[in-house]
Ligand binder design. Structure first.
Ligand SMILES: Cc1cc2nc3c(=O)[nH]c(=O)nc-3n(C[C@H](O)[C@H](O)[C@H](O)COP(=O)(O)OP(=O)(O)OC[C@H]3O[C@@H](n4cnc5c(N)ncnc54)[C@H](O)[C@@H]3O)c2cc1C
Length: 411
């Protein structure tokens, strides 16, 4: 993957209009959209490439529409590792029920696209690199924000391969994720809405005859989600919050047995999860900043609001934040008329969808996940789910809520 500059040669001070901290979904999409408007933008990413640990890979219909609007639809469709999934089935102790049917959406892309996040980020970076106003500095870790004598944020200091870099910018946007350095540098603390669970991620190979698509397997004490990735399943095993040490103490054979109990067809291959290195812990957080901006700086994506994995909407909300930010602030940045008061426009636009989505997630955690994790007896499908399995039109409702979300954005 090329970047527009050789970051190994970059040291000293850089002047730009927008400094974007973090090259995840929010940061790269924002960088691309601002550069497309001709706004000079520098994205700083601490990693050398996007081939990071598994970070989730759901690209929802609303994001696919944004990619179409950018003319990237054909490039996305050509990515070899993308998998289209139209249905989510849930298996309880009393049987399997279809729950979500994305094919019912009257959308250009009525499906969830499962795409390795690094492929998605590579695509955004490659496209952004075509705009002269775009600059991506990899291997460059932001360590501090800089301020003027009135306390207004003027940019960041970072450590790159050639030494310290100072980036001076009209606007700094923190897209550095759920443990944002910029956020802590600014002394901003998100409100924690709590989560009863953590998630263990691992892979199990997929064989011919295995179920395709998206499968959730529910029984007391845990929940297993299996994402069909062609030759393997990306599996998410939901455990009680803070329970990983206990799971480890019980040993891998116990974890494997819990998985096979929910997915008996894994019995002949669960040994592929052979060490704890094969198992990644996602510490689930649901939090949100009361204020997403201070003079000179804005926070979006996970840096402003970490989402529960329920619905797999984190990437999509991050993208939607970026689209709204570029649309609302880009023209002002371009014209040189941006004021600090304008930064409130982004929070005003994006707070409602974020709040509604998190409220739904917190309710689902409380009413469905928590009792399940604490339960011991057989778990049968709720009446609403049994009804949805008999009335296909009802399966379009969760498809709309998850796939399009609240207030989808347009480029
Ligand atoms: C294991 C796991 C599974 C997930 N599954 C899903 C899923 O299925 N679907 C879904 O929608 N969401 C999922 N998520 C959540 C999703 O990954 C995030 O919501 C989404 O990536 C947020 O995007 P972002 O751009 O705001 O932040 P991030 O993706 O976190 O990107 C932040 C970027 O900033 C960089 N960075 C951090 N600090 C610095 C610094 N100081 N200097 C420079 N760069 C820095 C990081 O390297 C990273 O590239 C999952 C998360 C995890 C951890």
């Amino acid at each position: 993957m090329m970047s527009t500059v050789d970051e190994a040669a970059v040291r000293g001070a850089i002047d730009t209009t927008a400094c974007v901290v973090g090259g995840g979904p929010a940061g790269l999409m924002l960088g691309l959209l601002l550069a497309r408007q001709g706004v000079p933008v520098t994205v700083l990413e601490k990693h050398a490439d996007f081939l990071r640990d598994f970070r989730g890979d759901t690209v929802h219909p609303s994001t696919l529409r944004v990619l179409d609007e950018l003319g990237l639809g054909p490039a996305v469709a050509a990515l070899p590792r993308g998998r289209r999934v139209t249905q989510l089935r849930v298996t309880f102790d009393d049987g399997t029920y279809p729950l979500v049917d994305f094919a019912r959406l009257a959308e250009p892309h009525p499906y969830l696209l499962f795409l390795p996040q690094w492929d998605f980020l590579d695509l955004l970076a490659a496209h952004a690199t075509g705009y002269p106003a775009f600059r991506l500095l990899r291997r460059t870790q932001v360590t501090a924000v800089t301020r003027d004598e009135r306390g207004r944020v003027t940019g960041v200091r970072a450590q790159g391969p050639a030494g310290e870099v100072t980036v001076r910018a009209r606007l700094t946007v923190a897209c550095d994720g759920r443990t944002s350095t910029v956020r802590s540098e600014l002394g901003l603390v998100p409100v924690d809405y709590g989560a009863p669970m953590d998630v263990l991620w691992f892979r199990v190979s997929r064989r011919s005859g295995d179920p395709a698509g998206l499968d959730m397997r529910v029984s007391a004490g845990g929940l297993l989600l299996c994402i069909d990735r062609d030759d393997y399943f990306q599996c998410a095993f939901v455990i009680a919050k803070g329970g990983f040490d206990e799971v480890r103490a019980r040993g891998l054979p116990d974890l494997r047995a819990g998985v096979v109990h929910r997915a008996p067809h894994f019995a002949d291959r669960i040994a592929e999860v052979s060490t704890w290195d094969d198992v990644k812990l996602l510490t689930v957080r649901v939090d949100r900043l009361p204020h997403w901006h201070v003079p000179g700086a804005l926070l979006i994506g996970d840096a402003a609001h970490a989402m529960s994995p329920i619905g797999g909407v984190g990437i999509n909300l991050a993208i939607q934040d970026a689209v709204a930010t570029a649309r609302l602030l880009g023209p002002r940045l371009s014209a040189g008329t941006l004021t600090d008061a304008d930064l409130a426009l982004v929070q005003r636009r994006r707070l409602f969808p974020t709040r509604v989505t998190q409220a739904v997630q917190v309710q689902a955690q409380r009413r469905l996940v928590d009792p399940l994790l604490r339960g011991t007896g057989p778990v049968t499908a709720p009446a609403a789910l049994r009804l949805a399995s008999r009335v296909p039109v009802l399966r379009g409702i969760p498809a709309r809520v998850v796939g399009l979300g609240v207030r989808p954005e347009h480029v």
